[in-house]
Design a protein. Structure first.
Length: 86
């Protein structure tokens, strides 16, 4: 977050598997047109929260930090022949 409104809970998809990525979804309706930064983070069963930034003091085999995604909301919906997920 960063809008001062806090994090919201998404819905996990697929079956849980140890040490694996999970697909998720969250239905979001923007309040107005403009640019937005979307962020998602994970919290494990022990309450450990995914870090905001890479940690230089830890070796990692994969990117485990939050990666922001910039989106632009336009006034008229755009249509595409195929669906896509970001």
């Amino acid at each position: 977050t960063g809008d001062g409104r806090g994090w919201r809970e998404g819905r996990l998809l697929e079956t849980e598997s140890p040490y694996a990525w999970r697909l998720w979804e969250y239905m979001w309706t923007p309040e107005k047109v403009g640019r937005y930064t979307l962020r998602c983070r994970a919290i494990d069963a022990e309450g450990c929260v995914q870090p905001d930034l890479p940690r230089s003091d830890c070796e990692s085999y994969a990117a485990n930090w939050i990666v922001p995604v910039e989106v632009t909301v336009v006034p008229e919906p755009q249509t595409y022949e195929e669906e896509f997920v970001i």
